[in-house]
Design a protein around this ligand. Structure first.
Ligand code: AHR
Length: 502
């Protein structure tokens, strides 16, 4: 098949915010313990953090990291996680039916972030705690000295404040599974009151109010409207969460998952702007897509889930999905969707980072390796700079059960004027056909170098494992060429490609 991609550098959609390349570390499974932290590991630093994992996190190119949950945060007492380690309590984590040792807490995680060069994005517990505890954590984190909680932080070994800018007002408060789940009305009031209180202490904060934990929630849309009706002028972002998986062998629909994300974003933007209009507000609220990924939730529910009053393991293997080539193509496509709306999606977090539905896996005492999903994230994070620009693809469609006719090819382009670079991120969703893509250079002008990297495989279900950690990787796409003022490239079936034009 043939396809044509037209991009228009003259009318940018919006600047690509680095925060879109955020991720998420929750106290869940082996994300923290036996993941980024393993004191006995041969590469462990003085604080017990694995250097090999830090190297991979840096290579992934992750901006802000959301912490410490997730569902975990709704039962979390932040005070447990600071102070002398030997005095920190072991707690039952009801969300994941595990024991939280609190061996790694706020201080240790913040130091780890300094090491990997990422920013802290903190979530407060609005499930089982309230405004006062949120303000307490803020005082502990952001006030230099001279108040009880700031002085406690100093006494605990951290002189300079953590200076946390991004704060999530709870997590998935629309979800009936959430500890402290409440109605949109109740949550909206609590979020607005907490936001006001936090800003009285530190007006420079950027606050994220909980939107829906999925577009499929029965309350979707109305939840956003009601919550924003209470909190619109008090917050900067509303969150979106979305997880995708292949269901009942329907690979075609799965490969088109980004269509759902596009619709989700458009619907939330519409709702935000509706509330803005009703309120006659000048304030702009954007989207923090702070949980997104491929995740086989059904496997968690049926295989992983831990139960039993006497069964609360420490760092059990939970949500350790092994990602396929097809999963990586979908992850690459979801990044395309996020970048396409760079005007309104100004923060996002790949959920999650290490071991738990993660691009990075670790073996205790052994290696750390890259899952297939590592590659599209790392390359997009490195190449998507400057501005996202309108990108149209003329191509064939294919029929899907979930979305009707879906385009075979989906793409986005970013243009970095300073570097004189255009980057095109593109997927071929066809399961059988290679696509020859032509990109007229038009307004972008002439290009002296065109390079491309592609992720594809004869087996769309190939994965990287402990035994075979480099089974899947990126390859240079040698087919790229410039012909009569057009860039031409062949995209193999079920593939993700990044093109760099300079
Ligand atoms: O990322 C795993 C879980 O998914 C998070 O804890 C929760 O917020 C969401 O339901």
């Amino acid at each position: 098949a043939n396809a044509r991609l037209i991009f228009d550098p003259r009318r940018p959609v919006g600047a690509v915010n680095r925060r879109v390349f955020g991720s998420f570390i929750e106290h869940l499974g082996r994300a923290v313990y036996d993941g980024l932290h393993e004191p006995g590991h041969p590469t462990a630093d003085a604080d017990g953090f694995r250097e090999d994992v830090k190297d991979l996190v840096r290579e992934l190119g992750v901006s802000a990291i959301r912490y410490p949950g997730g569902n975990f945060v709704s039962g979390f007492r932040w005070e447990d996680s600071v102070g002398p380690k030997e005095e920190r309590p072991k707690r039952l984590d009801l969300a994941w039916h595990s024991t939280e040792t609190n061996e790694v807490g706020l201080h240790e995680f913040a130091s780890w972030l300094d090491d990997v060069g990422s920013e802290l994005m903190l979530a407060v517990n609005l499930g089982t705690r309230g405004t006062l505890e949120a303000i307490d954590l803020l005082e502990y984190s952001n006030v230099a000295a001279g108040s009880a909680l700031a002085d406690r932080r100093v006494a605990n070994g951290r002189t300079s404040p953590f200076g946390v800018k991004m704060w999530c007002l709870g997590n998935e408060m629309d979800g009936p599974w959430q500890l402290g789940h409440r109605s949109a009305d109740d949550y909206g009031k609590l979020a607005a009151q907490t936001a006001k209180g936090m800003r009285m202490l530190d007006p420079s904060l950027e606050l994220v109010v909980c939107g829906s934990s999925g577009r499929g929630m029965a309350t979707f849309g109305e939840w956003e409207r009601v919550v924003l009706n209470h909190a619109y002028d008090d917050v900067d972002y509303i969150s979106c969460h979305a997880y995708y998986a292949e269901k009942d062998g329907d690979l075609g629909s799965f490969l088109a998952s980004a269509i759902d994300m596009d619709t989700f974003i458009d619907d939330v933007v519409t709702t935000i702007d509706h509330v803005k209009a009703v309120k006659r507000s000048d304030h702009v609220v954007n989207i923090s897509f702070d949980e997104w990924n491929v995740w086989d939730i059904a496997r968690y529910e049926t295989v992983d889930k831990i139960e039993g009053i006497d069964n609360w393991p420490v760092a059990p293997r939970l949500l350790e999905d092994a990602y396929t080539v097809a999963d990586a193509v979908v992850v690459g496509n979801l990044l395309i969707s996020l970048l396409r709306r760079a005007d309104r999606v100004t923060s996002a977090s790949l959920a999650q980072l290490v071991n738990v539905i993660a691009p990075i896996m670790t073996e205790p005492g052994g290696i750390a390796w890259k899952q297939t999903t590592f590659f599209p994230f790392a390359v997009t994070s490195a190449l998507a700079t400057g501005e996202s620009v309108p990108t149209r693809v003329d191509c064939d469609t294919y029929e899907t059960k979930e979305f009707g006719d879906a385009p075979l090819v989906d793409a986005v382009t970013t243009v970095d004027e300073e570097l004189g670079r255009a980057s095109v991120f593109v997927v071929n969703r066809s399961q059988t056909e290679s696509v020859r893509l032509a990109i007229p250079l038009g307004e972008f002008g002439t290009v002296s170098e065109a390079t491309a990297q592609t992720l594809s495989d004869d087996d769309p279900y190939a994965v990287n494992t402990l035994e075979n950690p480099e089974r899947v990787g990126l390859a240079t796409n040698e087919s790229i060429r410039i012909e009569d003022g057009e860039v031409v490239i062949d995209l193999p079936p079920i593939s993700w490609t990044a093109i760099s034009l300079t």
